[in-house]
Write a protein of this length. Structure first.
Length: 258
């Protein structure tokens, strides 16, 4: 627990499910003032969370979401750009609307929310932005070009905010590998169908590819986010923090035993 997160005004985008839902819970435990925005109803409604409906990739929505939080609290301290989608297709089969949907939510959403939040953060002389990237900003899977592109671009956005707004505002990226979330379960369904056993086997197979021999839990990503949001990371800005069970350090090449 990080005492300095008490009473901080925090917005989590994509807070209705998956990693976002865990980040919302974590900031509640930290006694922060928590806002969650999503295009979907929250999977669970926690007491003391301010749930908002909105589309981060819509400029008007983004502006209004930030404005409402600042109207209610006089400031916004911490922005977690977590909202994201992943769809699967070869590049030829990635139609323009699919490409735009992914880039709009994963990248433009983070840009718009940051753009509007930064004004108030600068005024208040304090701010911390954390962007959800992916291990796929480094090593990548097939048939996910729009997603992979968006997650690489998020690293550029993170570094740009970190450099342009230091020393007042910090900005870092978090790069998860396979985490047990609706997004990953949907990917499993697309591969093996709806059979629960087959889905769990697929997730276990993915887990076995990680040196830690399992997929990650949403709370483990939320732990990294809380650290970067807290003053415990006060000299860290512009980095990518990999929460990947070692996946990105592993070359898929065997070596002689002795
Ligand atoms: C994430 C998502 C997951 C995937 C993981 C590791 O960003 O794409 O579906 O399992 O990367 O490649």
């Amino acid at each position: 627990m990080y005492e300095d997160l008490n009473n901080k005004v925090v917005l989590v985008t994509g807070g209705s499910k998956g990693i976002g839902k865990s980040i919302v819970s974590r900031f509640l435990k930290e006694k922060s003032i928590v806002y969650s925005v999503s295009r979907h109803a929250p999977e669970i409604r926690e007491d003391n969370v301010n749930y908002m409906f909105g589309d981060v990739s819509n400029s008007e929505d983004a502006k209004n979401i930030i404005k409402k939080i600042v109207d209610e609290n006089g400031k916004i301290d911490i922005l977690i750009n977590n909202a994201g989608i992943e769809e699967y297709a070869s590049l030829e089969n990635t139609e323009l609307n699919m490409w735009e949907r992914t880039i709009n939510i994963n990248l433009n959403g983070a840009y718009l929310m940051s753009k509007y939040a930064l004004k108030y953060m600068v005024e208040n002389n304090y701010g911390n932005i954390i962007n959800m990237s992916s291990v796929q900003s480094n090593i990548i899977t097939k048939n996910a070009a729009a997603y992979v592109t968006s997650k690489h671009a998020i690293i550029g956005l993170t570094k740009s905010i970190a450099l342009d707004y230091a020393p007042i505002i910090r900005c870092n990226a978090v790069c998860p590998a396979t985490i047990d979330t609706p997004l990953v379960r949907r990917a499993a369904v697309l591969e093996v169908g709806n059979d629960e056993n087959k889905i769990n086997n697929k997730i276990k197979e993915w887990g076995d590819n990680h040196p830690m021999k399992r997929v990650g839990k949403p709370e483990e990503v939320a732990n990294a986010v809380a650290f970067l949001a807290s003053e415990e990371s006060s000299f860290i800005t512009g980095i990518s923090l990999f929460v990947d069970g070692g996946l990105s350090i592993k070359a898929p090449i065997s070596t002689p035993e002795k």
